[in-house]
Design a protein around this ligand. Structure first.
Ligand code: DC
Length: 220
């Protein structure tokens, strides 16, 4: 199921590659809704940690997430995500979540549930959606795809400048090597190196690319 009534811009890439800053700014320019799917995997992980569910027990994890129930809506032009009726967003940048999220994200049961939620959002609004598998699995048919990366040292510095302790190398390895929907660049994605250009420059390049690919925006 990857039909969408509205256009979707898929933004994938490595950890701390600057996806969120880029995607948010692109969404603002286009007047599209910005959706961070990493926050959904992080929110689920936070909930499982709170509930002390063993993360290596795929069945227990999937059972818990299904019984808690996830709810995905758009509210005031933003993603509103809840698990068991709770908004996990205030907790998703905790170090313990950084450390555990790639374990949870490799589980097929969790991915199936969240991917269906993500696909459903495209019926509601034009989207700029960021993650790891948006151009390859969630919306493989969208013609609008970007893959962001930068040197690992640049990315590590970026995270510590944000005051966060993050295990980006370890997450990249787990995200790339997992069996289910591994992180990879779609064959038809435009690659962007976020270590050698400013966000404004990258967004300008992206807008040119999207126009060349036929995207009609509000101003056209
Ligand atoms: O983008 P982020 O660093 O906030 O994502 C957190 C983790 O969630 C990332 O290490 C892998 C996982 N993730 C995923 O597997 N698929 C997505 N579409 C988004 C995130």
């Amino acid at each position: 199921m990857s039909h969408s009534f509205h256009p979707v811009i898929a933004i994938d890439g490595t950890a701390a590659s600057g996806k969120s800053t880029f995607a948010r700014q692109l969404a603002r320019k286009l007047g599209f809704v910005y959706v961070n799917t990493g926050a959904m995997y992080r929110g689920v992980t936070w909930y499982l940690l709170e509930k002390k569910i063993p993360l290596n027990d795929a069945e227990a994890v999937t059972r818990e997430v299904i019984s808690a129930g996830v709810e995905t809506r758009l509210h005031k032009g933003e993603l509103a995500f809840r698990i068991a009726g709770i908004d996990p967003l205030p907790h998703v940048r905790e170090s313990r979540v950084n450390e555990a999220v790639s374990l949870v994200a490799q589980l097929a049961g969790v991915r199936k549930l969240l991917v269906a939620e993500q696909q459903g959002l495209a019926a509601l609004s034009p989207l700029v959606m960021e993650g790891r598998d948006i151009g390859t699995v969630v919306f493989p048919k969208t013609p609008y795809k970007f893959f962001l990366d930068a040197d690992v040292e640049v990315r590590a510095r970026r995270r510590s400048a944000q005051g966060e302790s993050d295990v980006i190398r370890e997450r990249d390895v787990l995200d790339r090597e997992r069996k289910n929907s591994p992180l990879m660049c779609a064959a038809d994605a435009r690659r962007l190196d976020t270590g050698t250009a400013t966000v404004d420059e990258l967004v300008a390049q992206a807008l040119e690319h999207l126009t060349a690919r036929g995207l009609k925006t509000a101003g056209d």
